[in-house]
Design a protein around this ligand. Structure first.
Ligand SMILES: [Zn+2]
Length: 254
């Protein structure tokens, strides 16, 4: 019976049963089995895998496993640039854009607050999420491991944290996004980019106290929501500073 040896690194171990974590795993190979198939048979969604080394050489998902191969499987790297080594897919995604599953509406809003393009609908099916992620090259954020095993999804993250605040920290740290913040530049409700707007144009839509206290406004051209630096803005700003430090220098001025 032909066997190969697997080792999963870092957080990919989260998907393994406790007794198989952080150690060499003997794996019985089927005939002409791809490394992608074997990785998922071990329980690890391919969308979280960034690098596969077989006997020290980088291979793609379609690699056919040979007897006695030693296979090391790595997740997305946060700090080390491994792009010269990558064979799994064409290239890592730059300027990441997201699509969140139906369980992650809160996280989606907070990512938008930081300026990240994040699609979310409470009625999306797994098939729709997979199709949009593939078509628009969006990273799938999900609490459902099976969704990440969808064939056409290339980049995804199984969100470990359960509290929204921790989920946001998890995504920012996972993709090292803290330098890419553009807070308050995007509508938290519908994901559309905000545009500055003159007070005179929107005067009739503002509460009376806001009319007199604030001078800078921005607006969502899709859902007509108006944003200004009121108590909500200050609360959000405090939240960003609290969890990420002073990374919000690029906050949109409106
Ligand atoms: Zn909007």
């Amino acid at each position: 019976m032909a066997e190969a040896q697997f080792r999963f690194y870092e957080e990919l171990n989260d998907f393994l049963p406790p007794e198989r974590r952080r150690q060499d795993i003997r794996y019985e190979i089927r005939e002409r089995e791809t490394v992608k198939h074997a990785i998922e048979a071990c329980g690890v969604p391919h969308a979280e895998v960034e690098l596969i080394l077989v006997n020290g050489k980088s291979v793609g998902f379609a690699y056919i496993i040979q007897e006695d191969d030693r296979i090391s499987v790595y997740p997305q790297f946060e700090t080390m640039d491994i792009s010269p080594l990558l064979n799994v897919r064409d290239q890592p995604l730059r300027n990441p854009r997201f699509i969140a599953d139906v369980h992650l509406g809160g996280l989606a809003k907070y990512l938008r607050m930081l300026g990240f393009d994040t699609l979310y609908s409470e009625s999306s099916t797994d098939e729709e999420i997979a199709a949009v992620s593939s078509r628009e090259k969006r990273i799938v954020l999900t609490r459902d491991r099976d969704l990440l095993m969808h064939k056409i999804i290339t980049h995804g993250r199984f969100i470990r944290a359960t509290r929204i605040r921790d989920q946001l920290i998890e995504v920012v740290e996972y993709l090292d996004l803290s330098r890419n913040f553009s807070p308050f530049s995007r509508c938290m409700e519908c994901n559309t980019k905000l545009v500055p707007v003159n007070k005179e144009q929107i005067m009739d839509k503002l509460p009376a106290d806001t009319q007199s206290y604030y001078t800078q406004f921005s607006m969502c051209t899709f859902c007509d929501r108006i944003y200004w630096q009121g108590s909500h803005y200050r609360r959000m700003n405090r939240f960003i500073t609290e969890i990420f430090g002073n990374n919000n220098d690029n906050a949109a001025v409106f």
